[in-house]
Design a protein around this ligand. Structure first.
Ligand SMILES: Cc1cc2nc3c(=O)[nH]c(=O)nc-3n(C[C@H](O)[C@H](O)[C@H](O)COP(=O)(O)OP(=O)(O)OC[C@H]3O[C@@H](n4cnc5c(N)ncnc54)[C@H](O)[C@@H]3O)c2cc1C
Ligand code: SF4
Length: 499
């Protein structure tokens, strides 16, 4: 009989190696690989979600009639050797293609047959056909092609509403008056969750963050309930406040669906269909509908395709030669006076999540303009986020976050000073720093480092026409010498927790 090896982030009956297979036709093997779990630190809620979702999935398969072994092993190699010893070396082991370059290479070495899966809307062949034919790897043309290819929000080959992208309507700062943010669903932890939490506490793993409290669903049923809640209550307001960072809501109008999509508990097609169906029955503003659909069929698919297309070496890119260590505030937010950073890192500690703008314009931006080694940020983000997996983290950090790839993915670096954070967030008034100042003790570290980044990298950015204006503006700053003096002191202070 064939054995199907189910990876812990491919918990799907319909789109992986279990698609179309009936109980009794295969054995199922799932492995808690201890060397992998011990090789790096984890947000405790991420680790818990990964392991408890696997336990729940295994229980569902057993209830369906499958023979399932969910085993602990020092390595995957040992687990497969033991499995082959027990069931015969001739028994084939098959799995869906795993989600990282390293795992693909490992399974090849271990003689596991890898089959394609349909966990994304875009196959590797489709992405390659597009990427091979374009001069630059940009998301927007990819997204338009996705809309046409998948027939989503198009009529007669044209975008519904007359424009492909309604982002211009989606950049509101937090509301000034009282605003009723959507509620967030939670599920109480069950017996399986408690058992897994206990296992983690005894397994000798390095963890970080607050313990699981039911913020994240652990089953497909729970994930479906979160999707239904998002579609009914949250989606209509998704667009306008997509970039806002208010003080009184951590989730804003975001879907909180990334953990379930990335584990295989939800499929992107069902998420898109649910949004379109809601719109057909009870219309939502097009800026919210299009904005959300772009995240799923555009950004998510683009990032996934780019990960495979750019290859295993892409993760090591560091084209701006950034060498600084990770600021201490990333692991200990009590070690900074920067009100914005203390707040968002505190949020990540609490639940392993922050929305796109804190990830991009606070955490990655700070690393970019302080010249932090991209590998250090990548390592921290992989350990910190509830939805972090290699395929999604590498392009988001290397390409989008810290522009370490000479504009292979993004047209320009997402670098910003304190003025942007002051406009889109609500922290600056209560902060010891002043977002408008570039130099002096009161100057906002973001503002100092932003101008220093442009100055330091003026040559590297010279060929980028989208940066010309900002780069040349620095030469008109009267206090540029003071910025140049202050910037290294700010970086040193960030590294040892004095800023
Ligand atoms: C530096 C950096 C690191 C990131 N790391 C991750 C990560 O480890 N895992 C992860 O899933 N996303 C990551 N993202 C993308 C994005 O920030 C998260 O997907 C999003 O914040 C998840 O919250 P949500 O489900 O409420 O998203 P929503 O705002 O509701 O968006 C809907 C969905 O769109 C998808 N999506 C949107 N943008 C992206 C993107 N850039 N890449 C991939 N999917 C996207 C996600 O599946 C998300 O669930 C990162 C972005 C940056 C800038
Ligand atoms: S002044 Fe600067 S450090 Fe302080 S909250 Fe504003 S952006 Fe953040």
């Amino acid at each position: 009989m064939t054995t199907v090896l189910v990876h812990l982030d491919q918990l799907t009956r319909d789109h992986g190696a279990l698609a179309g297979v009936a109980p009794g036709e295969v054995r199922v093997l799932m492995v808690r690989n201890l060397s992998m779990l011990r090789s790096r630190p984890w947000h405790v809620q991420k680790l818990h979600l990964l392991l408890t979702a696997a336990e729940h999935f295994a229980a569902d398969l057993r209830a369906e009639g499958f023979e399932v072994a969910l085993v602990d092993a020092p390595t995957l190699q040992v687990a497969l050797a033991e499995h082959r010893r027990r069931h015969g070396a001739a028994e084939p082991i098959r799995s869906a293609r795993p989600s990282s370059h390293a795992q693909v290479a490992l399974l090849e070495r271990l003689g596991v047959v890898q089959v394609d899966h349909t966990m994304f809307l875009t196959s590797a062949a489709e992405f390659t056909a597009w990427a091979d034919g374009v001069r630059t790897l940009r998301m927007e043309p990819f997204y338009r092609r996705q809309r046409l290819r998948l027939g989503i929000l198009v009529e007669g080959g044209q975008p519904v509403g007359g424009t492909w992208n309604l982002d211009a309507e989606n950049r509101l700062p937090p509301p000034r008056s009282r605003y009723q943010w959507p509620t967030v669903l939670t599920d109480p932890l069950d017996e399986v969750d408690a058992r897994v939490a206990d296992w983690i506490s005894r397994a000798g793993l390095t963890t970080w963050g607050e313990p699981p409290d039911g913020t994240w669903a652990r089953t497909r049923t729970g994930a479906r309930a979160r999707l239904a809640h998002f579609i009914a209550e949250v989606l209509p307001g998704f667009g306008p406040y997509e970039d806002a960072m208010p003080a009184d809501s951590w989730s804003v109008h975001h879907s909180l669906l990334s953990p379930y999509l990335n584990l295989g508990l939800l499929h992107p097609r069902e998420v898109v269909d649910a949004a379109l169906q809601r719109h057909a029955e009870q219309p939502v503003p097009l800026s919210s509908l299009e904005g959300f659909i772009r995240q799923i069929i555009g950004w998510r698919e683009y990032v996934h395709g780019a990960y495979w297309w750019l290859g295993p070496e892409y993760r090591h890119r560091n084209d701006l030669g950034a060498r600084a260590s990770l600021p201490l505030l990333f692991t200990d937010p009590s070690r900074t006076d920067m009100a914005c950073m203390a707040s968002v890192i505190g949020d990540v500690r609490e639940r392993g999540w922050a929305h796109h703008i804190p990830r991009l314009m606070l955490m990655a931006n700070l690393a970019l303009i302080a010249g932090v080694d991209p590998a250090a940020l990548l390592g921290w983000m992989r350990a910190a986020f509830i939805d972090a997996y290699d395929w999604v983290m590498v392009p988001n950090v290397i390409g989008m976050g810290v522009h370490a790839d000479s504009a292979t993915m993004m047209t320009k670096p997402y670098a910003a000073g304190g003025a942007y954070i002051d406009r889109m967030g609500r922290w600056c008034r209560g902060c010891r720093y002043n977002p408008r100042l570039r130099s002096g003790d009161e100057a906002c570290p973001f503002t100092t480092l932003y101008w220093d980044f442009l100055d330091r990298n003026a040559e590297a950015l010279a060929g980028n026409h989208r940066m010309t204006r900002q780069v040349s503006a620095r030469t008109r700053l009267a206090d540029l010498p003071a910025v140049r003096t202050r910037a290294p002191a700010v970086v040193a202070g960030l590294v040892d927790g004095r800023v």
